[in-house]
Design a protein around this ligand. Sequence first.
Ligand SMILES: N[C@@H](CCC(=O)N[C@@H](CS)C(=O)NCC(=O)O)C(=O)O
Length: 251
Amino acid sequence: MLELYHAEPASNSLKVLLCLKEKGIDFVSHLVNIQAFEQHEPQFLKINPDGQVPVLVHDGTVITESTVINEYLDQIFPSPPLRPADPLECARMRLFTKYVDEYFRPALSQIGWQLMIHTITDKLSREEFAAKLARIPREEKREKWRIAAAQGYTAEQMAAWRRTLAEGIGKMEAALAKGPWLAGPHYSLADIACFAMAAHMPGRFGDILNETVSPRVMDWHRRVRARPAVAAALAMPSPMQAAARKHGPAS
Ligand SMILES: N[C@@H](CCC(=O)N[C@@H](CS)C(=O)NCC(=O)O)C(=O)O
Protein backbone atom coordinates (compact mmCIF):
# COMPACT_ATOMS: atom_id res chain seq x y z
CA MET A 1 0.00 0.00 0.00
CA LEU A 2 1.15 3.52 -0.78
CA GLU A 3 0.38 6.42 1.53
CA LEU A 4 1.31 10.04 0.92
CA TYR A 5 1.55 12.67 3.62
CA HIS A 6 1.32 15.98 1.84
CA ALA A 7 0.29 19.60 2.18
CA GLU A 8 -1.29 21.93 -0.34
CA PRO A 9 -1.09 20.97 -4.03
CA ALA A 10 1.98 23.13 -4.53
CA SER A 11 5.74 22.96 -4.28
CA ASN A 12 7.31 19.72 -2.98
CA SER A 13 4.00 17.98 -2.32
CA LEU A 14 2.79 18.80 -5.84
CA LYS A 15 6.03 17.33 -7.20
CA VAL A 16 5.14 13.90 -5.82
CA LEU A 17 1.43 14.22 -6.62
CA LEU A 18 2.32 14.93 -10.27
CA CYS A 19 4.44 11.79 -10.44
CA LEU A 20 1.79 9.58 -8.80
CA LYS A 21 -0.98 10.93 -11.04
CA GLU A 22 1.16 10.64 -14.21
CA LYS A 23 1.64 6.96 -13.42
CA GLY A 24 -1.96 6.44 -12.39
CA ILE A 25 -0.93 4.99 -9.03
CA ASP A 26 -3.54 4.67 -6.28
CA PHE A 27 -2.50 5.97 -2.89
CA VAL A 28 -3.99 6.93 0.44
CA SER A 29 -3.81 10.69 0.89
CA HIS A 30 -3.05 12.13 4.34
CA LEU A 31 -3.33 15.91 4.23
CA VAL A 32 -0.99 17.68 6.64
CA ASN A 33 -2.03 21.22 7.45
CA ILE A 34 1.29 22.99 7.73
CA GLN A 35 -0.44 26.26 8.63
CA ALA A 36 -1.73 24.50 11.74
CA PHE A 37 1.81 23.16 12.46
CA GLU A 38 0.62 19.54 12.10
CA GLN A 39 4.04 18.66 10.63
CA HIS A 40 5.61 19.30 14.05
CA GLU A 41 3.10 17.21 16.03
CA PRO A 42 4.73 14.27 17.88
CA GLN A 43 2.73 11.72 15.88
CA PHE A 44 3.95 13.19 12.57
CA LEU A 45 7.55 13.46 13.83
CA LYS A 46 7.43 9.71 14.42
CA ILE A 47 6.89 9.34 10.65
CA ASN A 48 9.34 12.05 9.57
CA PRO A 49 11.64 13.37 12.32
CA ASP A 50 12.51 16.32 10.00
CA GLY A 51 8.93 17.58 10.42
CA GLN A 52 8.27 18.20 6.76
CA VAL A 53 6.20 16.92 3.86
CA PRO A 54 5.94 15.15 1.48
CA VAL A 55 6.42 11.71 2.95
CA LEU A 56 5.72 8.47 1.11
CA VAL A 57 5.00 5.31 3.08
CA HIS A 58 5.31 2.19 0.94
CA ASP A 59 4.13 -0.98 2.65
CA GLY A 60 5.12 0.55 5.98
CA THR A 61 8.52 1.88 4.86
CA VAL A 62 9.01 5.64 5.05
CA ILE A 63 10.65 7.54 2.18
CA THR A 64 11.26 11.27 2.45
CA GLU A 65 12.58 14.03 0.13
CA SER A 66 10.41 14.76 -2.89
CA THR A 67 13.11 14.18 -5.50
CA VAL A 68 14.15 10.88 -3.93
CA ILE A 69 10.49 9.83 -3.65
CA ASN A 70 9.89 10.52 -7.36
CA GLU A 71 12.97 8.56 -8.45
CA TYR A 72 11.89 5.70 -6.17
CA LEU A 73 8.36 5.74 -7.64
CA ASP A 74 9.80 5.68 -11.15
CA GLN A 75 11.84 2.59 -10.29
CA ILE A 76 9.00 0.73 -8.61
CA PHE A 77 6.35 1.75 -11.18
CA PRO A 78 8.31 2.11 -14.42
CA SER A 79 5.36 2.93 -16.69
CA PRO A 80 5.25 5.53 -18.10
CA PRO A 81 8.97 6.16 -17.58
CA LEU A 82 9.80 9.58 -16.17
CA ARG A 83 13.59 9.19 -16.15
CA PRO A 84 14.98 9.22 -19.69
CA ALA A 85 16.74 6.04 -20.82
CA ASP A 86 19.34 8.07 -22.71
CA PRO A 87 22.20 8.86 -20.26
CA LEU A 88 22.68 12.42 -21.48
CA GLU A 89 18.97 13.19 -21.33
CA CYS A 90 18.87 11.64 -17.85
CA ALA A 91 21.80 13.84 -16.76
CA ARG A 92 19.90 16.90 -18.04
CA MET A 93 16.87 15.77 -16.07
CA ARG A 94 18.97 15.44 -12.91
CA LEU A 95 20.56 18.86 -13.39
CA PHE A 96 17.07 20.39 -13.31
CA THR A 97 15.86 18.42 -10.29
CA LYS A 98 19.09 19.30 -8.43
CA TYR A 99 18.80 22.98 -9.37
CA VAL A 100 15.20 23.07 -8.18
CA ASP A 101 16.12 21.50 -4.83
CA GLU A 102 19.23 23.59 -4.20
CA TYR A 103 18.27 27.01 -5.55
CA PHE A 104 14.89 27.54 -7.16
CA ARG A 105 12.67 26.01 -4.52
CA PRO A 106 14.45 27.61 -1.50
CA ALA A 107 14.15 31.05 -3.17
CA LEU A 108 10.47 30.56 -3.96
CA SER A 109 9.83 29.20 -0.50
CA GLN A 110 11.44 32.14 1.31
CA ILE A 111 9.46 34.66 -0.73
CA GLY A 112 6.19 32.75 -0.25
CA TRP A 113 6.85 32.30 3.46
CA GLN A 114 7.41 36.01 3.98
CA LEU A 115 4.11 36.81 2.24
CA MET A 116 2.14 34.14 4.11
CA ILE A 117 3.55 33.96 7.61
CA HIS A 118 1.46 36.64 9.30
CA THR A 119 -1.81 34.96 8.31
CA ILE A 120 -0.58 32.13 10.55
CA THR A 121 1.29 33.87 13.35
CA ASP A 122 -1.09 36.80 13.87
CA LYS A 123 -3.60 34.33 15.32
CA LEU A 124 -1.10 33.25 18.01
CA SER A 125 0.12 34.94 21.16
CA ARG A 126 3.88 35.47 21.50
CA GLU A 127 4.04 32.52 23.93
CA GLU A 128 2.03 30.23 21.66
CA PHE A 129 4.30 31.05 18.72
CA ALA A 130 7.44 30.49 20.83
CA ALA A 131 6.08 27.06 21.82
CA LYS A 132 5.40 26.21 18.15
CA LEU A 133 8.91 27.35 17.17
CA ALA A 134 10.54 25.24 19.88
CA ARG A 135 9.01 22.08 18.36
CA ILE A 136 10.46 22.65 14.86
CA PRO A 137 13.21 20.02 14.48
CA ARG A 138 15.24 21.54 11.64
CA GLU A 139 17.32 24.60 12.43
CA GLU A 140 16.90 26.23 8.98
CA LYS A 141 13.11 25.83 9.17
CA ARG A 142 13.04 27.28 12.68
CA GLU A 143 15.02 30.30 11.42
CA LYS A 144 12.73 30.70 8.42
CA TRP A 145 9.64 30.79 10.62
CA ARG A 146 11.31 33.05 13.21
CA ILE A 147 12.75 35.70 10.87
CA ALA A 148 9.70 35.89 8.61
CA ALA A 149 7.41 36.31 11.61
CA ALA A 150 9.62 38.87 13.35
CA GLN A 151 11.46 41.50 11.33
CA GLY A 152 10.94 39.83 7.96
CA TYR A 153 13.63 39.45 5.31
CA THR A 154 15.42 42.50 3.94
CA ALA A 155 14.64 44.00 0.53
CA GLU A 156 18.13 42.86 -0.59
CA GLN A 157 17.41 39.23 0.40
CA MET A 158 14.03 39.29 -1.31
CA ALA A 159 15.64 40.78 -4.45
CA ALA A 160 18.34 38.10 -4.43
CA TRP A 161 15.71 35.33 -4.26
CA ARG A 162 13.79 36.95 -7.10
CA ARG A 163 17.02 36.97 -9.15
CA THR A 164 17.37 33.23 -8.46
CA LEU A 165 13.84 32.67 -9.74
CA ALA A 166 14.62 34.69 -12.89
CA GLU A 167 17.83 32.68 -13.36
CA GLY A 168 15.87 29.42 -13.08
CA ILE A 169 13.27 30.56 -15.59
CA GLY A 170 16.18 31.56 -17.88
CA LYS A 171 17.63 28.04 -17.64
CA MET A 172 14.24 26.59 -18.53
CA GLU A 173 13.82 29.00 -21.47
CA ALA A 174 17.26 27.97 -22.81
CA ALA A 175 16.49 24.24 -22.46
CA LEU A 176 13.14 24.58 -24.21
CA ALA A 177 14.91 26.15 -27.23
CA LYS A 178 16.47 22.70 -27.77
CA GLY A 179 13.47 20.42 -27.30
CA PRO A 180 9.82 20.23 -26.29
CA TRP A 181 10.56 19.22 -22.69
CA LEU A 182 13.19 20.37 -20.24
CA ALA A 183 15.49 17.35 -20.56
CA GLY A 184 14.84 16.79 -24.29
CA PRO A 185 12.23 14.87 -26.27
CA HIS A 186 10.47 13.24 -23.29
CA TYR A 187 8.31 14.58 -20.45
CA SER A 188 10.33 13.73 -17.36
CA LEU A 189 10.89 14.33 -13.65
CA ALA A 190 12.61 17.59 -14.71
CA ASP A 191 9.30 18.95 -16.04
CA ILE A 192 7.52 17.68 -12.95
CA ALA A 193 10.00 19.30 -10.54
CA CYS A 194 9.98 22.64 -12.36
CA PHE A 195 6.21 22.75 -12.87
CA ALA A 196 5.63 21.94 -9.20
CA MET A 197 7.47 25.18 -8.42
CA ALA A 198 6.26 27.30 -11.36
CA ALA A 199 2.61 26.19 -11.31
CA HIS A 200 1.40 29.36 -9.62
CA MET A 201 4.06 31.74 -10.93
CA PRO A 202 2.40 33.29 -14.02
CA GLY A 203 0.61 36.38 -12.78
CA ARG A 204 2.20 36.28 -9.30
CA PHE A 205 5.70 36.72 -10.73
CA GLY A 206 4.60 38.39 -13.98
CA ASP A 207 7.87 40.33 -14.33
CA ILE A 208 9.86 37.07 -14.36
CA LEU A 209 7.52 34.74 -16.21
CA ASN A 210 5.70 36.32 -19.16
CA GLU A 211 5.23 36.02 -22.93
CA THR A 212 8.04 38.52 -23.67
CA VAL A 213 10.80 37.36 -21.32
CA SER A 214 10.04 33.64 -21.28
CA PRO A 215 7.67 32.70 -24.15
CA ARG A 216 8.87 29.10 -24.32
CA VAL A 217 8.35 28.60 -20.60
CA MET A 218 4.84 30.08 -20.91
CA ASP A 219 4.07 27.66 -23.74
CA TRP A 220 5.57 24.75 -21.74
CA HIS A 221 3.51 25.80 -18.71
CA ARG A 222 0.30 25.60 -20.80
CA ARG A 223 1.30 22.19 -22.22
CA VAL A 224 2.12 20.77 -18.79
CA ARG A 225 -1.06 22.18 -17.28
CA ALA A 226 -3.13 20.56 -20.05
CA ARG A 227 -1.98 17.07 -19.06
CA PRO A 228 -4.83 15.17 -17.33
CA ALA A 229 -2.46 14.00 -14.57
CA VAL A 230 -1.51 17.59 -13.80
CA ALA A 231 -5.13 18.75 -13.66
CA ALA A 232 -5.90 15.84 -11.32
CA ALA A 233 -2.99 16.72 -9.02
CA LEU A 234 -3.92 20.40 -8.91
CA ALA A 235 -7.51 19.42 -8.06
CA MET A 236 -6.45 17.56 -4.90
CA PRO A 237 -8.26 18.98 -1.86
CA SER A 238 -6.39 21.10 0.61
CA PRO A 239 -7.05 22.94 3.86
CA MET A 240 -4.63 25.59 2.60
CA GLN A 241 -6.19 26.38 -0.77
CA ALA A 242 -8.04 29.44 0.36
CA ALA A 243 -4.95 31.01 1.91
CA ALA A 244 -2.74 30.00 -1.02
CA ARG A 245 -5.11 31.61 -3.52
CA LYS A 246 -4.93 34.82 -1.56
CA HIS A 247 -1.22 34.97 -0.72
CA GLY A 248 0.72 32.46 -2.85
CA PRO A 249 2.13 29.12 -1.71
CA ALA A 250 3.90 29.00 1.63
CA SER A 251 6.23 26.10 2.16
N1 LIG B 1 13.85 18.89 0.65
C1 LIG B 1 12.52 18.55 1.08
C2 LIG B 1 11.83 19.83 1.51
C3 LIG B 1 10.46 19.56 2.14
C4 LIG B 1 9.79 20.84 2.60
O1 LIG B 1 10.42 21.88 2.83
N2 LIG B 1 8.46 20.76 2.73
C5 LIG B 1 7.68 21.89 3.20
C6 LIG B 1 6.37 21.94 2.43
S1 LIG B 1 6.60 22.12 0.68
C7 LIG B 1 7.37 21.69 4.67
O2 LIG B 1 7.07 20.61 5.09
N3 LIG B 1 7.42 22.77 5.44
C8 LIG B 1 7.07 22.71 6.83
C9 LIG B 1 7.75 23.74 7.66
O3 LIG B 1 8.48 24.57 7.10
O4 LIG B 1 7.53 23.74 8.86
C10 LIG B 1 11.75 17.85 -0.06
O5 LIG B 1 12.08 18.10 -1.23
O6 LIG B 1 10.86 17.03 0.22
